[in-house]
Design a protein around this ligand. Structure first.
Ligand SMILES: *Cc1c(COP(=O)(O)O)cnc(C)c1O
Length: 363
């Protein structure tokens, strides 16, 4: 054994790059010597949480000496009531990313295949590698939608998991429940199909609801949602999953004890109670998205069929240059080198700044 080596990490972990979160406004200000930077890089809601949610969090803080309810029974019950499912069909996690990690931990053995369209949410390849699984990716269509036939064709006997983010991150393009049904009908029940609906609240209702339309017919389908985006609780960490009780029970086994903390549970309950006000906030963001899209189209950009709280600009080779230019003018966006930038819908003033800065740096 070598004397110089400090521990011996699993090779799949040693080979992982460190996680890089979206750059913050403060960091951009320091790097470029600017002030007044804005962050449109992580798809957060620009509005602070509702006062009732802040109050619930504050009230819960005085009980912080006690462990929270590990199973978050009240939150799961409240979600079940809202969704019209039983409490056994719902679980909560430390954000959707926490739940997704539990999903991979529960179903993916070394060498097992995980199928997902690409480009999509960045944790899917990371979790697959952590489990020493094999990622099988299916390219997006030209309109940036999912090639669901391609996804179905990619499923083999070694496939354990199929993951479909709809609306997709970072493109914003969504699948209808009719399209998902056609795919589910051709995927064996021994394969879990995770429908990651982190942006559900922004989706046009005509796309349908997988919870009411698909879960009753497909016990291998699992829907994940979050309070990080529409509900404005990204910093609190609450995600939830809805599916067959057996799948939920399996995932629950891998929940880190007390992972959904007392403040998060209080916030989630208050958010569920005030979902009509959250709806208004979402409607405001959707109106802003249309305004931004119109401005971008007027400037000659062609855009995919966005269904979330962000826009996607396919900039190809100009991605890094334009992202850096935007950042220097104080608008921090999320670049995907060689492909494009994802820009979160912020406040009206923030969106105006983005549109103006883009015109300047891309001319
Ligand atoms: C933001 C996001 C999530 C997760 O968010 P959490 O904050 O962990 O709940 C999950 N899936 C997609 C596609 C996302 O964009």
């Amino acid at each position: 054994m070598s004397d110089t080596e400090i521990g011996r990490p699993r090779p799949v972990i040693a080979g992982l790059p460190a996680y890089r979160p979206g750059k913050g406004a403060k960091q951009a200000e320091a790097e470029h010597g600017i002030t007044d930077a804005i962050k449109l890089a992580s798809n957060e809601n620009p509005a602070e949480p509702l006062p009732a949610i802040v109050e619930a969090i504050t009230a819960a803080a005085s009980g912080a000496n006690r462990y929270a309810d590990h199973r978050a029974t009240a939150v799961r019950q409240a979600l079940a009531d809202r969704l019209g499912v039983t409490v056994e069909q719902v679980t909560v996690g430390n954000g959707t990313v926490g739940l997704l990690q539990q999903l991979w931990l529960s179903y993916v053995d070394p060498g097992d295949e995980v199928v997902y369209p690409w480009r999509s949410f960045e944790v899917y390849p990371v979790y697959t590698q952590e489990m020493a699984g094999t990622a099988v990716t299916v390219p997006l269509r030209d309109d940036l939608g999912f090639d669901l036939d391609g996804v179905v064709d990619a499923v083999t006997e070694r496939t354990k998991l199929v993951v479909l983010a709809t609306p997709n991150n970072p493109t914003g393009v969504a699948c209808t429940t009719a399209e998902l049904r056609t795919a589910l009908e051709r995927i064996p029940r021994s394969v879990i199909v995770c429908i990651d609906e982190a942006y559900r609240e922004f989706l046009d209702p005509s796309f349908g609801d997988p919870v009411s339309e698909l879960l009753p017919d497909f016990p291998n389908a699992l829907v994940t949602r979050t309070m990080s985006k529409a509900h404005g609780l990204a910093g609190v960490r609450v995600g939830y999953a809805v599916g067959h009780p057996d799948v939920i029970a399996t995932i629950d086994k891998t929940l880190v004890p007390f992972a959904v903390n007392a403040l998060a549970q209080a916030a989630a309950l208050a958010a569920i109670e005030h979902d009509d006000e959250i709806r208004r906030s979402v409607d405001g963001l959707l109106a802003e998205r249309s305004r931004v899209e119109s401005a971008l189209r007027a400037a000659g950009w062609s855009l995919p069929a966005h269904q979330a709280n962000f826009v996607w600009l396919a900039l190809g080779d100009r991605t890094d240059e334009i992202a850096l230019g935007l950042e220097r003018s104080g608008v921090v966006v999320r670049p995907f080198s060689g492909e494009g930038i994802r820009v979160t819908i912020g406040t009206p003033a923030e969106n105006d700044r983005f549109v103006a800065a883009l015109a300047e740096v891309s001319s």
